[in-house]
Design a protein around this ligand. Structure first.
Ligand code: BTN
Length: 240
């Protein structure tokens, strides 16, 4: 993996997307000062100080879109979860790719694809933000309960070291994941999932599905059983 450090940027995802033609496959664009971070579903990712990570992995796997690419956020989610565990915390996954510690968000992932006007895939941008050393006044400004690794461990976290651990682990899994797909991590994912067998509501665009989260399928989709015992296989959405 190549590292591309930016002293300051509005968004590493925006930077990577706009510069996709000039950025090589397997490059991580990162900064410690991101002023207008993008989040999922038109949300934003607040700047939480410069002792945190704001990064985007640029991948250029092949020109045609494959189903497994949409699971890459789940691979990154597992990678982050494993790294958090190395620091002694217990991460829980909220489908599809949020990580929480004691019910509070600690990292966020946003994947974007860059395509040409005629729909040819130019690259995938896997952006992630991690609260590593976030001061309480920053956390209180975030619109949902949030925590950071230093708060959970009681120790200052070396951001360069953390980033390297994530990238090295991602590289370790990447090729097999592209070959084998979500099944490679399915058990690891389910083990850390905190929504399974619970009653949940999932928002998919402007529709909300309610039911029991029965499983995560071989493709990483959420299998939901509603009150009439009707099955819903959800590929995207947001657990409310
Ligand atoms: C979410 O939980 O909504 C996803 C947040 C993703 C934030 C990261 S920070 C680095 C990268 N660049 C961005 O603009 N967003 C992602």
């Amino acid at each position: 993996m190549d590292y591309l450090y930016l002293e300051e940027t509005d968004s590493t995802n925006r930077y990577a997307k706009d510069g996709i033609n000039d950025i090589k496959d397997m490059t991580v664009v990162y900064t410690y000062k991101q002023t207008a971070g993008r989040g999922r579903l038109q949300r934003k990712w607040s700047y939480a100080g410069e002792d945190n990570i704001y990064a985007s992995i640029v991948l250029k796997p092949s020109n045609e879109m494959r189903e497994v690419y949409s699971n890459l956020t789940q691979l990154l989610c597992i990678v982050l979860a494993e790294v958090f565990e190395e620091y002694g915390v217990e991460p829980k996954i909220k489908w599809p790719n949020d990580i929480k510690v004691k019910g509070k968000k600690i990292s966020g992932i946003l994947a974007e694809a860059s395509t040409t006007q005629d729909g040819v895939l130019q690259g995938i941008i896997l952006g992630f933000g991690v609260n590593l050393n976030t001061k309480l006044d920053f956390l209180s400004k975030i619109d949902q309960p949030a925590t950071s690794l230093n708060i959970e461990t009681g120790e200052f976290v070396n951001k360069e070291e953390f980033l390297k651990k994530v990238i090295n682990k991602f590289c370790l899994y990447y090729n097999s994941f592209i070959e084998e797909g979500f099944v490679l991590i399915r058990e690891d994912y389910k083990r850390r999932a905190d929504f399974l067998n619970k009653e949940i509501a999932v928002k998919v665009f402007d529709k909300t599905y309610c039911g029991i989260a029965a499983d995560v399928t071989q493709n990483g989709a959420l299998r939901l059983m509603d009150k009439d015992n009707k099955e819903h296989i959800l590929l995207i959405g947001d657990i409310l």
